[in-house]
Design a protein around this ligand. Structure first.
Ligand code: DX5
Ligand code: ZN
Length: 210
């Protein structure tokens, strides 16, 4: 099964409930929420209060992608706000095992992400402890960027070392064509913002990814 996680970064924030319902009704599996702090990435987006409000209007699991420094400081708040999956960045973390344990202590799935320039082998020691590994296929920070195929090429090496139930997610520049490339490499979760929200038939767009 392929898990499709539409990124609300491309939604209309003034009509967020409507735009969440749109993807929920169209068959999305998760909802991807991009949290940016203006330090780890140059952009600032969504924080804890927004996640808390989103939790009240959707049944979709909340897939929270933390593009922030010091992620350990915020895990508890995002978990209590209703995150079902919390993904932090390898590049932003000091004590990765501690962070994974902290996330799981709240009953939340633990994910780790790598930026385009980070090699695959750095994640190998953590694959057994993780529930999800996110391979960024653009530089994190903004929606609507071009897919980088060489990033997706890291997936087979990760898949080979991973346990069977590790979710391998890709994020950035995903559309019907690039999704195919990623799933062929072994990805089983697709984040897409611009492709889904920019389409005039959201259901068709989601179906075209899987
Ligand atoms: C980028 C974010 C992505 C972004 C993807 O930093 O992590 O989740 O919303 O957007 P698209 O699908 O438009 O590339
Ligand atoms: Zn993301």
């Amino acid at each position: 099964m392929i898990i499709v996680s539409p990124s609300i970064l491309s939604a209309d924030f003034a009509n967020l409930e409507r735009d969440i319902k749109r993807v929920e009704d169209a068959g999305a599996n998760w909802l991807h929420i991009d949290v940016m702090d203006g330090h780890f990435v140059p952009n600032i987006t969504i924080g804890v209060p927004v996640v808390k409000s989103i939790k009240k209007v959707t049944k979709l699991p909340l897939d929270v992608h933390l593009m922030i420094e010091n992620p350990e400081k915020y895990v508890e708040s995002f978990a209590k706000a209703g995150a079902d999956i919390i993904t932090f960045h390898f590049e932003a973390s000091k004590d990765i095992n501690g962070l994974i344990r902290l996330i799981k202590s709240f009953g939340v799935k633990a994910g780790m992400s790598i930026k385009p320039k980070t090699p695959a082998d750095v994640v190998f020691p953590y694959l057994n402890a993780l529930d999800l590994l996110l391979v960024m296929t653009v530089e994190p920070g903004f929606g609507g960027q071009k897919f980088m195929q060489d990033c997706a090429e890291k997936i087979p090496a990760i898949k080979e070392k991973a346990k069977d139930n590790l979710i391998i997610q890709v994020d950035g520049g995903i559309n019907a064509q690039t999704a195919r490339i990623c799933t062929q490499y072994g990805a089983n979760s697709l984040v897409a913002g611009n492709y889904i929200y920019g389409s005039n038939d959201i259901q068709k767009a989601i179906k075209s990814l899987v």
